[in-house]
Design a protein around this ligand. Structure first.
Ligand code: 9MR
Length: 373
């Protein structure tokens, strides 16, 4: 047990009290009732996890990921990335990605697909070659054609370009930008729009969840493409937060509106909230607020379509290897008990504060917490 009963009572709120004693209907169920398209969790293939030193089978994990109503959507955390999908020029490999995508289909989960053009987890051959602009354009076109074409019709959305910006909103140096300038964005989105006309095309980045120069940089990318008549449908707010210093709900709302005003949808695509481990009660309270702010903002703004957490089980998070001493970033602890932040998400999804969001587009909808349970 991580909490005394009295501190748990302090963390609880009216909507949760109404649900008390009932089994959780699942976050995706609640999200859909609140007018979102999905609440999801990214996941990796067991083979990738094994290579990172984990056991091969986690039946309790699989039960929550695939069989419960917690998640209606998933994103393969690694398998579709360039490093795995085109490790050598023209040699495509979809083995790792397909493990996740086929589980998603079998278990009726919406797929977000990730990520076509990214400077990181890039196959070495792309970076190690001196390309002319024309050659690199062909490399990008071939990669998108091969990978997106393979999954054509399977993905609700694709992260077409990932993390193209520096913190000050300028473009990040990469083989793509250094060779092609901002044309690489145009090439990527133009190609993607032809290969899978039904997939939503997203620009995806971190630290664009609050107003500021980096969010403005992402708005500039949306305008750049739209001004050229190139399709971009969405902006993905990765949302990798720190419990002690997370954005306010008002920050989220104004950022999301900044994007939707430009005519694109928004999604939280990689939400997690890290802290020092072992998690303290204070850290978990702040974490709960961070999750609640992000999910609450998405529920409240039309045009924010869904929330994906970046895996759901703490041991599988990307955080501990990258930030030693930090972790506990997700909604399920190592022993499969839930973080207080789970209740924060439930509160955000069940508080009837939606501003005109609901199943009927633009209609106000009163959310009855207990309806249907
Ligand atoms: O979760 C991914 C992890 O398994 C990889 O080792 C890591 C490599 O950079 O990428 C992680 O996912 C990243 C995502 O693809 C893009 N945004 C940041 C995520 C966390 O690093």
């Amino acid at each position: 047990m991580y909490f005394s009963t009295s501190s748990l009572a302090l963390l609880a709120s009216a909507p949760l009290a109404a649900l008390a004693g009932k089994p959780s209907p699942g976050l995706d169920t609640l999200a859909k009732k609140a007018g979102l398209k999905y609440f999801g969790a990214a996941t990796d293939s067991p083979g990738q996890r094994e290579r990172a030193g984990f056991e091969s089978a986690y039946p309790q994990y699989d039960e929550i990921m695939w069989k419960s109503r917690e998640f209606g959507q998933t994103t393969p955390t690694n398998g579709q990335k360039w490093l795995f999908s085109e490790p050598k020029r023209g040699e495509f490999n979809f083995t790792e990605a397909t493990i996740v995508t086929s589980l998603a289909h079998k278990n009726h989960k919406t797929l977000r697909c990730h990520a076509l053009v990214w400077h990181s987890q890039l196959a070495p051959w792309v970076e190690e070659t001196e390309w002319t602009p024309e050659e690199l354009e062909q490399v990008i076109v071939d990669h998108i054609t091969g990978v997106m074409g393979h999954f054509k019709g399977e993905c609700y959305a694709w992260d077409v370009v990932n993390e193209a910006l520096n913190e000050d909103g300028t473009y990040r140096s990469s083989v793509f930008y250094d060779t092609l300038g901002e044309d690489f964005l145009k090439i990527a989105f133009r190609t993607a729009s032809k290969i899978d006309p039904d997939a939503k095309l997203y620009y995806n980045d971190y630290n664009i969840e609050s107003p500021g120069v980096k969010a403005e940089g992402a708005q500039r990318i949306v305008r750049l493409l739209k001004d050229e008549g190139i399709r971009i449908d969405g902006v993905g707010l990765q949302a990798h937060f720190v419990a002690e210093s997370h954005p306010t709900i008002d920050d989220h709302i104004s950022t999301i509106k900044g994007f939707t005003k430009l005519g694109v949808e928004v999604a939280f695509t990689e939400l997690d909230v890290r802290m020092q481990v072992n998690a303290t009660e204070k850290g978990l309270v702040l974490q709960k607020e961070a999750y609640k702010n992000a999910v609450g903002a998405c529920v409240q703004v039309c045009g924010c379509v869904g929330v994906t957490i970046w895996d759901f089980y703490d041991p599988f998070s990307w955080v501990p290897p990258v930030f030693p001493g930090q972790g506990a970033a997700l909604l399920w602890f190592e022993d499969f008990t839930k973080h207080p932040a789970y209740d924060g998400v439930v509160e955000a999804l069940t508080n009837n504060t939606g501003k005109g969001k609901g199943k009927g587009k633009g209609k106000k909808r009163s959310v009855n917490l207990l309806e249907g349970y």
